[in-house]
Design a protein around this ligand. Structure first.
Ligand SMILES: NC(=O)c1ccc[n+]([C@@H]2O[C@H](COP(=O)([O-])OP(=O)(O)OC[C@H]3O[C@@H](n4cnc5c(N)ncnc54)[C@H](O)[C@@H]3O)[C@@H](O)[C@H]2O)c1
Length: 338
C-alpha cells in the first residue's frame, strides 16, 4: 500500500515538475520525507542552516566520514535564540523558562506582575548562570508588566527586540483561576477579570512576541498555555470563566497560526492537565481530598509535576517541531483518554 502511494506520488510530482525528473529518477524512492532543493524548496520548506538531518543526512554522508547525532544538538537546540515567557516568575512559566535555557537559549525574558522577581526566580536565575556546557549565554532576565496592558506588553517586546536583535520563542503562561462560582449567577466583573488575563493578556503577549518575530524575519514559535479545561470540564468544579477562557485560547492559536504561517511563525497551544503549582495549591492545600480525586481521573493515577512540561516546551520552541502549527498539545496523564 505504502509503495503504491509512493509511486503514485512520484509520477504526480514528475508530471507537475519536469525540473525534478532527473533527481527523482536517480534517487530510488524511499519512504523518507525528502527536502527538495532549488525551485522545489517551496514544497518542503528550506533546509535549516545546519543542512539535512536524519535519513537524508545518512544517505548523503560519505561512507567513511565520522558521523554525529544531530537530534539534540541541532533540531532541539535553541542556541542563540531569545524567548519571552509571561507568568515566568513562578510555577509553570518559570519551569518552562529554565527548560528553554537548558535547551540552549541565549536569553529568556520572564514577564510577571511583581515589581521585583521572587526568591524562587532569583535562585533559578543564579542556577542558570552556573549551568555548564550551554551553547550560548543562558541568561534569565526579569521584566515587570501586567499582561492586560496591551501597550506596555508591546513596548516590552520591542525593548527585548532592540536589546537582543531577535525574538524566537514565546510562552504565554500568565493565567488566573478563581474560586468556585455558580454559572447561573456568575458576576460580570469577575468573569471579565478572568477573560482580561487569560484571553486578552495571552493575545497581547503573543502579539508582542509575534511583532518582533515578523520584524526580524527569522520565523518563530508562539506557545499559548491553555489547559485541558479548554476542551473538557473539570468534574465537580464550577469554573465557567476559566474553562471558557481556555477554550478561547485554543481557537486563538488556530486563528493566529493560519494568519502567521506565511511568516514562518508557528502558533500552538500547550494544554496541561492537573499539575501542582500555586494555582492548584489554592484548592489542593485547602481540600486535601482533591488530590486523590484528581489523581483518579487519569490512567496514570497521579497529578503531574511542572518539570514534566520541560520536554514539550523545548520541542515546541525548537526546530524539532517546524511542521507543527495550529495544534493543541495535551499533556494531561491521559485525562482525555477516558
Ligand atoms: N497548574 C495546573 O494544573 C495548570 C493546568 C492547566 C493549565 N495551567 C495554566 O498554566 C499557566 C501557569 O499557571 P501555574 O499553574 O503556573 O499558576 P501560577 O499561579 O503559579 O502562575 C501564574 C503566573 O501568572 C502571573 N500572572 C497572573 N496575572 C498576571 C498578569 N495580569 N500579568 C502578568 N502576570 C500575571 C502570576 O503572577 C503567576 O506568576 C496558567 O495559564 C494556567 O491556567 C495550569
Amino acid at each position: 500500500m505504502h509503495t503504491m502511494t509512493s509511486r503514485l506520488g512520484l509520477s504526480v510530482l514528475k508530471r507537475a515538475n519536469p525540473i525534478a525528473n532527473s533527481r527523482l529518477t536517480k534517487a530510488s524512492f524511499s519512504s523518507t520525507a525528502r527536502t527538495f532543493d532549488g525551485a522545489r524548496g517551496r514544497e518542503t520548506g528550506p533546509l535549516p542552516p545546519y543542512g539535512p538531518v536524519g535519513v537524508a543526512k545518512a544517505l548523503e554522508a560519505p561512507p567513511d566520514a565520522p558521523a554525529k547525532p544531530t537530534l539534540l544538538t541541532n533540531e532541539f537546540s535553541l542556541a542563540d535564540r531569545v524567548a519571552l515567557v509571561s507568568g515566568g516568575n513562578r510555577g509553570l512559566g518559570l519551569e518552562m523558562a529554565l527548560a528553554l535555557i537548558e535547551a540552549g537559549a541565549r536569553a529568556v525574558y520572564c514577564v510577571d506582575l511583581p515589581r521585583q522577581p521572587g526568591e524562587e526566580w532569583t535562585k533559578v536565575r543564579d542556577y542558570a548562570a552556573r549551568l555548564e556546557g550551554l551553547p550560548s549565554e543562558g541568561r534569565l532576565e526579569y521584566m515587570s508588566a501586567d499582561v492586560r496592558d496591551q501597550e506596555a506588553v508591546w513596548k516590552l517586546g520591542e525593548t527585548i527586540g532592540n536589546r537582543e536583535g531577535r525574538v524566537d520563542a514565546c510562552v504565554a503562561a500568565a493565567g488566573v483561576l478563581k474560586s468556585h462560582t455558580d454559572c447561573l449567577t456568575y458576576p460580570a466583573k469577575q468573569f471579565q477579570e478572568v477573560m482580561d488575563v487569560n484571553v486578552n493578556g495571552v493575545l497581547f503577549t503573543a502579539q508582542a512576541a509575534g511583532q518582533q518575530m515578523a520584524r526580524f524575519g527569522n520565523g518563530g514559535s508562539i506557545i499559548l498555555v491553555a489547559s485541558m479545561s479548554g476542551s473538557i470540564t473539570n468534574k465537580d468544579h464550577a469554573w465557567v470563566s476559566y474553562n471558557t477562557s481556555k477554550s478561547a485560547v485554543l481557537q486563538m492559536a488556530r486563528s493566529m497560526a493560519c494568519e502567521l504561517g506565511p511568516k514562518r511563525i508557528r502558533v500552538n497551544t500547550l494544554s496541561p492537565g492537573h499539575i501542582y503549582t500555586n494555582m492548584t495549591a489554592a484548592y489542593l492545600d485547602t481540600q486535601p481530598h482533591l488530590l486523590d480525586k484528581w489523581a483518579s481521573l487519569n490512567p496514570l493515577g497521579r497529578i503531574g509535576r511542572p518539570d514534566e512540561l520541560r520536554g514539550v516546551v523545548a520541542w515546541l520552541a525548537s526546530d524539532a517541531s517546524t511542521f507543527c502549527t495550529g495544534s493543541d498539545i495535551l499533556v494531561s496523564g491521559g485525562h482525555h483518554a477516558w
